[in-house]
Design a protein around this ligand. Structure first.
Ligand code: ATP
Length: 625
């Protein structure tokens, strides 16, 4: 049996279409935007307007700062001391205002980043934690890799990059419109048309250069997740690895993942190099284009009647507006690397959203079909069940001709199983390794679907219904009380000292009285990992304390005493029965048989045998077992 430190695999990843800057990207991007901006709330509008005002002011100040050098030339040339002092004061003021505006611009972008990250992550969490979606995604589903990394790191980077572009994107329509008008005013249609044409060419070239970057970035993020997962695996399994003296082999395997990540990063950099060359070429060609725009009317004789002085002043004026218009476009083109990053993260988040949506839809359909109480949000407090749904009163599970196979390989585990689990009829499930004992419990729990037949759970989860103790004990971070009452969020049904007394009594019954001294109290915050400080036996005892506390009508125990002695097992089982629980156990020890009135033996290949504990009672279809 694995201990609770085992972590799920990072996901294989079925081949997906190559992520590109295509329609799929646009769909995914717009879907994310719909989450970030569900409506124009007052907060969103205020943030947008503030950022717009700041960036507009910034542009104005930058323009004024840009004029200062030429004013200095004039003042110094005419040796105007008063003018020099005044201009210096103005320059200092403008610099202070400019730096403040820039800082506020950055500050607001950062606020937007936090707000977007919150909104997007919470939205993903809603779907991820709905029903058993996180289980299906991490344990059964292989469509996408590293969902944890997508929710944490990819969302973070997406929001960071998007916020860094925000102010430039917000201001660009205004500056483009203003300088296009100015350019048209100075150069006629030739200036704006040639600059816009140049921008279109630059965009097309950049798009071609960006597409391979997007797919490489998506690949790099997957390898980044796999590398981090490897470290997490070592972190949570440090002790077993150390027992094996596995440092060298783990070093080699971790390095292998690192090498593969670095190789992809190098390839990504190679592709980015082409994009950088494209961007820089566009920037420098743009500066020449402004003079080409001016040169055409000069050489075609449009300004033939102007004197050289008039012509140079006209050139200077026209060059300024066209250079500025080109620089507005260049700034947009310079965003190409950020846009390709955003596109990569958009694909990864989009894939996750689609998978989550798909799984949560399936889960809802499954719940509707099963008409069961598998909705854990109503944990133990399910009052929505109608009278008819509760019948038969004493039945917890009803299985009719259930066939069960391994989801990934389709290997047959159980065929045509009929079973009614009712109050007072304790059932022991036995069988060789891999015959499907835990899988049957997964089906009872609703984690796996049966291939054929119907499975009905006619009770709810929690104190009034059924509690599962999984094969791997699970502990969350938190106090001793939080471990005992898990997964209830607050104490139930008693409060205050009465609840404390119950917990202390059950800790004693489970043989864990000393744990209270170790933690320093029920509500003492502990900074340790429960898996590191408890032995496997203690973990199982603590799981039983939880069971005693919740005191359900039905307890499903998957090898829950495998790390304990037969005497301790005897005591724990006796306590469960004294507390009125009906037990469904999976186990290998014959010592367990005396607590169960029925024994279901799984024989592999779909065969099974159900016997009353005093004498064997084989069902005809399976009597060859
Ligand atoms: N998430 C999974 N994906 C694919 N196959 C799985 C998964 N979980 C279990 N299996 C396979 O299903 C089969 C039945 O597993 P199950 O855990 O039910 O065995 P078991 O009878 O409880 O064994 P044990 O006595 O060792 O606990 C095994 O062959 C196992 O490898």
């Amino acid at each position: 049996m694995a201990d609770g430190r085992a972590v799920p695999r990072c996901g294989g990843g079925r081949p997906q279409s190559r992520p590109q800057l295509d329609l799929k990207f646009l769909q995914r991007f717009l879907r994310i935007q719909a989450i970030l901006f569900p409506k124009w709330s007052s907060q969103n509008v205020l943030m947008f307007l503030t950022l717009l005002c700041i960036t507009l002011l910034e542009q104005l100040v930058i323009y004024q700062v840009g004029l200062i050098p030429s004013q200095y030339y004039g003042i110094l040339g005419s040796k105007d001391l008063y003018g020099f002092k005044t201009l210096t004061v103005i320059a200092l003021l403008l610099i202070v205002v400019n730096s403040m505006l820039k800082s506020f611009d950055q500050f607001i972008s950062n606020l937007m980043y936090v707000s977007w990250r919150k909104t997007l992550t919470e939205d993903l969490h809603c779907q991820y934690f709905e029903g058993q979606v996180y289980y299906t995604l991490n344990v059964l589903h292989e469509d996408i890799d590293n969902p944890d990394q997508r929710i944490s790191q990819d969302v973070e980077r997406f929001c960071r990059q998007l916020s860094s572009m925000a102010s430039k994107l917000i201001i660009s329509p205004f500056t483009l419109a203003y300088y296009t008008y100015q350019c048209f005013h100075s150069t006629g249609w030739l200036g704006p048309v040639s600059i816009f044409g140049y921008f279109v060419i630059g965009t097309v070239v950049n798009k071609m250069l960006m597409s391979p970057i997007v797919s490489k970035l998506v690949q790099q993020e997957k390898l980044e997740g796999d590398f981090r997962f490897k470290h997490m695996q070592i972190r949570v399994n440090a002790e077993p690895a150390a027992f094996y003296r596995a440092g060298r082999v783990e070093h080699m395997r971790t390095d292998r993942r690192l090498q593969s990540l670095l190789q992809t990063q190098r390839e990504l950099m190679g592709k980015e190099l082409c994009l950088y060359i494209g961007i820089n070429t566009f920037d420098y060609l743009g500066s020449i284009l402004s003079y080409v725009v001016i040169a055409v009317p000069i050489f075609s004789g449009v300004y033939g009647d102007l004197t050289p002085t008039e012509l140079s002043s006209l050139v200077s004026k026209n060059a300024f507006v066209s250079i500025y218009l080109i620089s507005c476009f260049s700034q947009l083109i310079d965003l190409s690397t950020t846009v390709s990053d955003v596109a990569g993260y958009t694909h990864r988040i989009g894939e996750l959203q689609e998978t989550l949506l798909n799984l949560s839809r399936k889960w809802k359909d499954h719940c509707l079909e099963a008409k069961s109480s598998w909705d854990l949000d109503k944990w133990g407090l399910d009052s929505s069940r109608s009278e008819e749904e509760m019948v038969p009163e004493d039945t917890a599970f009803l299985l009719e001709r259930v066939t069960l196979a391994v989801p990934s390989s389709g290997r047959l585990l159980i065929k045509d199983l009929n079973l009614r689990i009712s109050q007072g009829n304790n059932l022991l499930i036995v069988g060789n390794t891999g015959t499907g004992k835990t899988s049957l419990l997964r089906v009872l729990n609703g984690l796996w679907e049966s291939t054929q037949g119907s499975v009905s759970m006619l009770t709810c989860f929690g104190p009034h219904g059924v509690v599962f103790l999984p094969q791997r004990p699970f502990f969350t971070d938190g106090t001793l009380r939080e471990q005992v009452i898990y997964p209830l969020k607050e104490i139930y049904p008693l409060s205050g000292s009465a609840d404390d007394e119950r917990i202390l009594r059950f800790l004693e019954l489970a043989g864990l009285s000393d744990l209270l001294a170790r933690t320093g109290g029920l509500d003492q915050q502990v900074d340790w990992n429960w898996y590191d400080i408890l032995s496997p036996g203690e973990m199982q005892r603590l799981s039983f304390t939880r069971l005693f506390y919740l005191q359900p009508r039905y307890a499903v125990l998957d090898e829950a005493t495998s790390a304990l002695t037969e005497e301790v097992e005897h005591e724990l089982y006796r306590t469960c029965i004294r507390l009125g629980m009906t037990l469904i156990s999976v186990g290998h020890r014959t010592s367990l048989e005396k607590f169960h009135s029925w024994i279901l033996r799984l024989c592999g290949g779909g065969r099974w045998e159900l016997t009353k504990n005093e004498g064997t009672k084989c069902l005809p279809a399976n009597k060859e077992c």
